[in-house]
Design a protein. Sequence first.
Length: 236
Amino acid sequence: MDSDARAGLAERIAGEITLSDDPGATLRKWRTDFDVSQTELADQLDVSSSVISDYESGRRESPGIGLVSRLVTGLLDIDERRGGDRIRQYARVLSAGFESDIVLDLREYPTAVPLQDVYDAIDATEVVEGDRDRVSGHTIIDSIRAISRLSSDEFYRLYGQSTNRVLGFTGVSRGESPLVALRVVNPTPNAVLLHGLEEEDLWEHAPALAQRDGFSLAICNTPIDEMLDALQSLAE
């Protein structure tokens, strides 16, 4: 296990909880992101599950630095015992050179999977069929942060190990900005996923751009957490 990645993730989680206006809600966010139940975390810390519940609901005063450190260590220890998937995910994002508020998820699949299987898993609708029908990974990014903060070279690094992947943009209203941004990136990914819009709201020129560059274009409105969970299952 990458000790630097673990230490960096621990620092990030602890900082978010400590500085949050609602530490309990932030703790709950991280616990659920790690797919750890209140009971499992409580057992790890040798406390009752009601203690975790009380902190998350705000019934107890905000946890001090010492307790936050124990809570974070407990989450990371559980993740390591399970194989360290969350820690490795964080390491992949860092190794790609991005802040985790830009890259929501970046994964490689054990084997190439049919693109349609990805779309079925997240209930996405393909608007334009691409030239390639299999993918070996996905990258999901916050579209506003990525477009406003990344250079063309940094956009290319979003591809992870290869362009044979789904590149997903969240928080999309029409799809114009992501697709225009992709015009400066060569080559393009196998598939582009626009999350958060209806087909009738799609930018009118989007299908033509997808056809010109040969990538599949799809839209999805599945809640973001559900979508990420479904995509994660493809990488297991």
